[in-house]
Design a protein around this ligand. Structure first.
Ligand code: NDP
Ligand code: GDR
Length: 340
């Protein structure tokens, strides 16, 4: 039975990847950072029905000793480094933390693999944000990088460290330059999920408006379920390499709003308002990937259309609010009142 270790297993991609690897017969282990809210840890893994099938190990990406201990214990065949401070907007408020976790965290994992398990195959979660200020209409593996945020700069360091460990030490280390990918498990702070959550609340009468930032930015959005398959395919190749993973279609935030509100029969222009506080110090105006290499070498293509994904996300958020409305959670005060 092959064994995989995933950092960032509690995130969107970590949960989908864990499910995919379990379906392929892997023993799946995850690095879990300590949290004061331990009771909500693993929500996404639980949603996919796999929480009790994975083994979680306490550790942190900024702690080399914990990475080494976990690799010694797990002895993985494949290591997927998905852990990061992944919210671009927050990276201007927390540039040092972002550099430490998102940048140096990758170096931590590469170093732990090099020292303890050099035969393991390594995946680094690189990002289309590294292209930043676009100099080419469609971005592929040859497009120059121009990071536009502390997050993107940290990812670029991690990306080049992966290339360097491959070239210097012969590690089977691959880097997936993934364009935006979403799902019902997307964090609520990212624009797609913020929109589908807003649509559900407005449709159910729980909110009247939705505040967004730049509506003119354009993104190449795919489904996380498709994109974790690309990660796995990269590690099944004889030779490690870097791949752009994208759909090849780009859409304005405003048009995503039109689709999501339209799904429930509402006109987005009546509910969406722009808030200057949500604008970024520097913006990545447009991203549009060219996944030709992934298609030709990995046999990978995106299988979920944007329309299908928007519908799935809106329906999931509607279902969440409807389920919540039927469950009355006790408050601390009500429990005290009920205690004799
Ligand atoms: P999420 O933000 O959903 O998940 C991030 C994960 O990293 C969480 O499990 C989080 O744990 C973990 N993490 C954060 N800090 C630490 C730390 N110090 N030590 C250990 N783990 C930590 O991201 P996604 O699943 O969306 O993305 C996965 C990866 O892919 C990220 O690296 C992201 O930057 C990258 N990426 C994502 C794209 C996308 O569109 N989704 C596109 C391109 C790249 P916790 O649950 O405790 O917060
Ligand atoms: P991004 O995703 O920065 O591309 O990074 P996000 O969904 O946060 O922003 C996409 C675009 O939408 C605009 N926008 C808003 N964004 C948010 N979050 N909230 C808003 O209210 C809002 N209004 C407009 C943004 O300005 C931006 O142009 C994601 C993350 O998953 C990264 O980790 C990953 O590397 C990249 O995708 C590829």
């Amino acid at each position: 039975m092959p064994t995989a270790l995933i950092t960032g297993i509690t995130g969107q991609d970590g949960a989908y990847l864990a499910k995919l690897l379990l379906d392929h017969g892997y023993a799946v282990h995850g690095l879990l950072r300590r949290s004061a809210s331990a009771d909500v840890i693993g929500e996404r893994l639980r949603w996919l029905g796999v929480l009790d099938q994975v083994t979680l190990h306490d550790g942190d990406l900024i702690d080399l000793s914990s990475a080494i201990r976990i690799i010694q214990t797990v002895r993985p065949d494949e290591v997927y480094n998905l852990g990061a401070q992944s919210f671009v907007h927050a990276s201007w408020q927390q540039p040092l933390l972002t550099g430490t976790v998102t940048g140096l965290g990758a170096a931590t994992m590469l170093e732990a693999v090099r020292l303890e398990r050099p035969q393991a195959r390594f995946y680094q979660a690189s990002s289309s944000e590294m292209f930043g200020k676009i100099q080419q209409q469609r971005q592929n593996e040859q497009t120059p990088f121009y990071p536009r945020s502390p997050y993107a700069a940290a990812k670029l360091y991690a990306h080049w460290m992966t290339v360097n460990y491959r070239e210097s030490f012969g590690l089977h280390a691959s880097s997936g330059i993934l364009f935006n990918h979403e799902s019902p498990l997307r964090g609520i702070e990212f624009v797609t999920r913020k929109i589908t959550d807003g649509v559900a609340r407005i449709k159910l009468g729980l909110a009247r408006e939705l505040k967004l930032g730049n509506l003119e930015a354009m993104r190449d959005w795919g489904h996380a379920r498709d994109y974790v398959r690309a990660m796995w395919l990269m590690l099944q190749q004889d030779r490690p390499d870097d791949y752009v993973i994208a759909t090849g279609r780009t859409t304005r935030i405003a048009d995503f709003c039109a689709m999501a509100f339209g799904h429930v029969g509402l006109d987005w222009r009546e509910f969406v308002h722009t808030d200057p506080a949500l604008l970024r110090p520097a913006e990545v105006d447009i991203l549009l990937g060219d996944p030709t290499k992934a298609r030709e070498r990995l046999g990978w293509t995106a299988t979920t259309s944007l329309e299908e994904m928007v519908a799935e996300m809106v329906e999931a958020d509607l279902a969440r609010y409807r389920a919540r409305a039927t469950v009355v959670l006790p408050t601390e005060a009500s429990l005290r009142a009920a205690t004799p």
